[in-house]
Design a protein around this ligand. Structure first.
Ligand code: PMT
Length: 223
């Protein structure tokens, strides 16, 4: 990595899954391991950034030089993000955030009965869109995990969530994306895009951060 590329920049990022409780012993979640987000945190610190990592429940050690805050639910993750957003130059939403949560978390363990059961779900807040509409906002980078029409859905998220950049991954391939050692990204911004081919998440993290640093320098030149 270029060791000084992000010197003086504060980076806030999310990683891992969120976990939505059903009752005291059960939850809804997804297969995110946190590896992609932790690789970005580690690479950003190596590039000289001041890094705050908001992590969902994962089994990974904290990268050296990174400030880590552990959370469980989407609402917890949003609260932690909003606590740090004002002091951040760059926000990267790499977490696989649960779009829905249980409407009423049961206080006691739900007992099984002879009947089928249904769970009522309500929409969660969108952390990325909340950051993107915050004023003043950091340079805001989203991820898009798609199983088809990757570029189409990623461009839609870039525009709809008003992002500066989006990094899309095709998670239909088990060798990349969720809980894999490698990944490939299609990175898209307002007037450009670049494919980052399959490689180790650590290497990809450095390549993504270099693209972000390039765009930040370009934005500054425009002013
Ligand atoms: O953790 P790993 O095992 O290494 O896997 C990495 C990964 C596949 C999880 C990662 O590369 C990735 O794609 N992360 C985003 C997963 C995701 O939730 O994508 P999405 O397309 O559903 O969401 C789009 C964006 O909105 C994401 O930046 C997400 O963080 C954000 N979001 C989504 C919902 C919500 N309620 N709030 C959000 O902020």
């Amino acid at each position: 990595f270029a060791p000084k590329l992000l010197q003086g920049k504060s980076i806030l990022l999310t990683a891992g899954p969120t976990r939505e409780a059903i009752d005291p012993v059960r939850y809804i979640s997804n297969h995110s391991s946190g590896k992609m987000g932790f690789a970005i945190a580690s690479a950003a610190a190596a590039m000289g950034a001041d890094v705050t990592l908001i992590a969902g429940p994962v089994h990974l050690p904290t990268p050296s030089g990174v400030k880590r805050i552990d959370v469980e639910s989407t609402q917890d993750m949003l609260n932690a993000v909003m606590q740090y957003v004002d002091n951040s130059d760059i926000f990267i939403g790499c977490a696989a955030v649960a779009d829905y949560r249980i409407d009423q978390i049961a206080e006691d363990k739900i007992k099984k009965s002879a009947q089928d059961m249904q769970l009522a779900l309500v929409r969660n807040p969108d952390i990325l869109a909340t950051v993107a509409s915050h004023k003043p906002r950091p340079f805001t980078v989203g991820f898009a995990a798609e199983t088809k029409d990757v570029e189409h859905y990623a461009k839609d998220k870039l525009i709809r969530k008003k992002l500066d950049m989006i990094a899309a991954n095709d998670v239909s391939n088990p060798a990349q994306g969720f809980n894999a050692e490698q990944n490939a990204l299609k990175v898209i911004w307002a007037n450009g895009q670049q494919d980052l081919p399959t490689t180790d998440k650590q290497i990809l993290a450095g390549q993504l951060l270099t693209l972000i640093a390039d765009q930040l320098a370009l934005l500054k030149d425009d002013k």
